[in-house]
Design a protein around this ligand. Structure first.
Ligand code: NAP
Length: 283
């Protein structure tokens, strides 16, 4: 069992990303451009409202404009797509974020895919996913990108490692698996139908938890020295990993809160600034 433990501090990584953005936002301001992120919230889910508010506040602190669009819970797919199309055509808007999940009557995939690829700073479109899978330039999903950013910040090698990803959602498990694969990890993707989950997780040099179940990954599943990235965020500020138990076996681990979450938000800001720079460059 390892004695050296590295707590992967998401606040530290997020601050590093945001510090680098400050000078870029200033340069854009000199060109008369303020990066602008439009966030769309449909319905009245309190957790989603909190996430959108947090993202808006993070924008403001960095000099990025945050334009919030709140729509009623009875909004139809067509109405939502019409709003997205207006934002696509608005040259003052550089990034569009549709807060997930949307009310059940909405075709979320159709709404995500209505976002122009150049404004898909949250990395939710099918086209963006495919481009990332092929290793082409496109904004990756923010949480997967945050996971890779944390590994890079702490100079944790990815190449040749066995990464076990628990979860295969289109915004998290699948894209992070492909990103790790593109960085030459050997990747195993687990899901709700996976057999012998504990023993598979036990072969991971890198374990990514993206399950949506509090404290799901158990300490005695973890091989000594593994690196654990907990993307989970459940009620009561609890991750998908049994943190205390996993800490005993891991060499490095992200806490919840202050692990993957803040880096996800910083990544969203970075993508918005990237998108604004892209426009400035094209002008
Ligand atoms: P999701 O869409 O519900 O996907 C959950 C995944 O976990 C599915 O692929 C599911 O498998 C798998 N799963 C469920 N039960 C399992 C079991 N018993 N054994 C193995 N796999 C199982 O969730 P998500 O949107 O990816 O989110 C996952 C977590 O990340 C949540 O806690 C969420 O709050 C958090 N999250 C955090 C951030 C952040 O910024 N930190 C951003 C997004 C999400 P099937 O495909 O077979 O159903």
């Amino acid at each position: 069992m390892n004695t050296e433990k590295l707590i992967l501090d998401g606040a530290c990584v997020a601050n590093d990303i945001k510090e680098q953005l400050l000078s870029r936002v200033k340069l854009l301001a000199e060109k008369g451009i303020t990066p602008c992120l439009a966030t769309i919230l449909v319905g009245d889910d309190p957790a989603s409202a909190t996430y959108v508010r947090m993202k808006g506040n993070a924008c403001k602190r960095l000099g990025i404009e945050s334009r919030r669009i709140s729509l009623g819970k009875d909004t139809s797919t067509e109405q939502l797509i019409a709003i997205i199309q207006q934002l696509n055509e608005d040259s003052d808007v550089h990034g569009i974020l549709l807060q997930h999940p949307v009310p059940h009557q909405i075709d979320e995939r159709a709404a995500f895919d209505a976002i122009d690829i150049t404004k898909d700073v949250d990395g939710v479109t099918t086209l963006g996913f495919a481009q990332n899978a092929f290793g082409f330039a496109a904004y990756p999903s923010c949480t997967p990108a945050a996971i890779v950013a944390i590994l890079d910040y702490y100079q944790i090698p990815i190449e040749g490692k066995h990464a076990v990803v628990v979860g295969r959602s289109p915004i998290l498990g699948k894209p992070v698996s492909l990103m790790l694969l593109n960085r030459n990890a050997t990747v195993t993707i687990c899901h709700s139908k996976t057999k012998n989950l504990a023993s598979i997780v036990g072969t991971g040099d890198i374990v990514v938890a993206a399950v949506g179940k509090p404290k799901f990954i158990q300490g005695d599943w973890i091989q000594p020295g593994a690196v654990i990235l907990d993307a989970g965020y459940n009620e009561g500020n609890v991750g998908d990993v049994d943190y205390e138990a996993c800490l005993l076996h891991a060499s490095a681990i992200t806490p919840v809160p202050a692990g993957v979450g803040p880096v996800t938000i910083a990544t969203l800001l970075k993508h918005t600034v990237d998108a604004a720079e892209q426009l400035a460059f094209l002008r």
